[in-house]
Design a protein around this ligand. Structure first.
Ligand SMILES: Nc1ncnc2c1ncn2[C@@H]1O[C@H](COP(=O)(O)OP(=O)(O)OP(=O)(O)O)[C@@H](O)[C@H]1O
Ligand SMILES: [Mg+2]
Length: 328
């Protein structure tokens, strides 16, 4: 409903992971490169972890788009709360291997012949497991057994495990040390910093058709957005989507920090396990964060004054300002 008012051709802040909206930060680039390199070089076992809503599934979808074009067969498990048998049936089914009436050993035999057959034709086969932090110890043991499909030179099945940081904890456990030793590449996604948050928001607005994103989301709004979302992209999207609805209702062309603050309060973003973020962050590091945020606000006010009096804001903030351009 707000699209025409804000000169947008599509919704910029959907929370579904849509590869066409990828904003390639350094971390996202590195993680995607690790996934791709692991598959193409047949490294065997690759792990990507990241906090909630940082773009893991989005990167998996980007990778799958590339694999679709490269004649790579993949099974994509995105709900891993399965028993070992259901897990094997699911993978076999995704590879279009008939599963009806088959025992576990039949399934394993069929899976290995499928993978070996593809390898003999020099074709790559991949198993992607998203939400892998939910995998039970039994299923992780099946995964370990699947990593044994190999020739003396290379792995026959490429396995990508993707999940929240609890996955790292699982892989650190003594029982899973064999699996941990087989990890060839690892990457980790975290929250966006302030500069990336600005680039992220402006990139999405531009991809949705807005030609003047900094007028719609001025820098003091971005600061508030970063503060409230702590740089987690899914939260940034939720805040921005609701800010556009709220801004439209107020017929405000520009989204103000107050709008962001109001929405964050509605979504209770500053409440974590019954304490507010302010309470939870009491301590040395929170003091540093608050001081840094204040310095940034002062710096921004100074730069805005400088700009109003004719100085070049872009030159003043250097490379950071140029990062507003989309990276894709
Ligand atoms: N680098 C990025 N570029 C564009 N959009 C992003 C980026 N990172 C995250 N997002 C967006 O943030 C939202 C959450 O991303 P995604 O679902 O991939 O997170 P996740 O890490 O898989 O979360 P969860 O741990 O809950 O599964 C999506 O809308 C996604 O498009
Ligand atoms: Mg996900």
């Amino acid at each position: 409903m707000y699209k025409r008012f804000y000169n947008l051709q599509r919704n910029p802040f959907e929370i579904t992971p849509d590869p066409s909206f990828l904003f390639a930060t350094k971390k996202h680039n590195e993680a995607l490169a690790a996934l791709y390199y692991g598959v193409r070089r047949r490294k065997g076992f690759v792990v990507m972890t990241g906090e909630v809503g940082t773009g893991k599934t989005l990167l998996v979808r980007c990778l799958l788009q590339v694999l679709n074009r490269a004649n790579v067969a993949y099974a994509y498990v995105f709900n891993p709360r399965l028993s070992p048998m259901e897990f094997l049936q699911y993978i076999a089914g995704d590879f279009r291997i008939p599963t009806a009436g088959k025992s576990k050993s039949d399934l394993l035999l069929d899976l290995s012949s499928f993978v070996i057959g593809r390898h003999q034709k020099n074709l790559t086969t991949v198993l992607v497991i998203d939400e892998a932090h939910h995998l039970s110890a039994d299923v992780l043991e099946e995964v370990r057994l699947l990593t044994n499909l190999e020739t003396p030179q290379e792995k026959l099945l490429q396995i990508l495990l993707v999940g929240q940081p609890e996955l790292d904890e699982k892989l650190d456990s003594n029982d899973l040390r064999q699996l941990k030793q087989r990890i060839a590449l690892r990457s980790h996604l975290g929250a966006l910093d302030l500069d990336e948050t600005r680039g992220y928001v402006y990139c999405r607005l531009q991809l949705a058709g807005q030609t003047n994103p900094s007028q719609m989301f001025p820098m003091d709004t971005i600061l508030e957005l970063h503060r409230q979302s702590r740089g987690f992209p899914r939260l940034v999207n939720t805040l921005c989507e609701n800010a556009l609805i709220n801004g439209y209702a107020k017929q405000s062309r520009s989204i103000t920090p107050e709008i962001i603050e109001e929405i964050a309060a509605d979504f209770r973003l500053n409440v974590i396990h019954g304490t507010t973020v302010g309470q939870a962050m009491q301590g040395e590091s929170s003091g540093e964060i608050e001081r840094a945020a204040r310095t940034l606000l002062d710096l921004y006010a100074y730069l805005r004054n400088a700009q109003e009096s004719g100085a070049d804001l872009r030159m003043a903030v250097g490379a950071g300002a140029r990062k507003n351009e989309p990276y894709i």
